[in-house]
Design a protein around this ligand. Sequence first.
Ligand SMILES: *Cc1c(COP(=O)(O)O)cnc(C)c1O
Length: 404
Amino acid sequence: MTKQSINRATYDQVMLPIYSPAEFIPVKGMGSRVWDQQGKSYIDFAGGIAVLALGHSHPALNQALKEQSEQLWHVSNIFTNEPALRLAQKLIDNTFAERVFFANSGAEANEAAFKLARHYAITRHSPYKTKIIAFHHAFHGRTLFTVSVGGQPKYADGFGPKPADIVHVPFNDLDAVKAVMDDHTCAVVLEPVQGEGGVTAATPEFMRGLRELCDKHQALLVLDEVQTGMGRTGKLFAYMNYDVTPDIITTAKALGSGFPLSAMLTTHEIASAMGVGTHGTTYGGNPLACAVGNVAFDLINTPEVLEGVEKRYQWIVDELTVINQTYNVFSQIRGQGLLIGAQLAPQYEGKAKILLGLAAKHGLMMLNAGADVMRFTPSLIITQEELQEGMVALKAAIAEFVKE
Ligand SMILES: *Cc1c(COP(=O)(O)O)cnc(C)c1O
């Protein structure tokens, strides 16, 4: 196939029909700007799905990948490698954690976390301590275990028997958790800010209450920071916005900043429930991924970048508030740092995808979080010019949206 003959129609002829991608095909990205096959340019407020914390084609990440590609691509976990050890050390030095497991995707990191929580409870306490408490609207990935812990039946149903002993209750409802929590509970699993489920942050009281309940019942507090981790909320990890220490966290998206890489972090004590052969992965901790991850970590974990997240949050919220004074499309603007959700007003409910399409037409790549929420997850270092240009495009899209 020649380059010209590949277009959006090709997708329907060759791909599993599980997505319905935009009509245009991006071919190049720099910073927070992307170009399609026709040379049209877009501002990127999506960053993949909150993946590109440092934008497209960051020179330092390109350099790290190029250098590592000329040294060592892959060795498997039969051997270890320097980039993986270096990155694990950085994660430990900057969090509560003492042990790290690397994988390639958020779902895999969560799968490891859930298996670890179960294995720890079964081997240290009782074979019956297997209950996992999770939340409505939660999203933890697409493997059968992770969709089962996730709180969205549309992703979990239709695949036959699910892993058992998983209970879902409403998010931010401590009494609902109390009602199902007991000594058979091995873990409570949540996203500090629910991402796909509509950009809803856990309240400080809820997070503290969960910690107390977990302590009381010897259960583990597992935080899925796949989306909130690595600076997204203005702290290195979102748990740092709360007065709690988790037992396990997972992270992915921004960890490789575009190169597939994820991690599960825990304490020495919990990690010691696992032994050689208990769990594993072929690619996890791959040198190419970890070489990129090391540089991404160093760039993100600086006061300038982390404080910049808060400034950009304020700017975006202010701009959205002004736009809303004219058009009244949003009923609420919420989130933490550069994970912002704008809830569509009741008369526009269910129409997030339509607004996404109009945004693309006006040169803006955006995301939704469910059918009623527009999601903003730009690069943590998006420039003022890029932000401004994106907002102009969004405003034009909204002007058209309200007329439809
Ligand atoms: C994206 C996401 C996942 C799944 O990550 P994959 O890399 O797609 O497997 C899990 N949990 C949360 C909170 C996410 O945002």
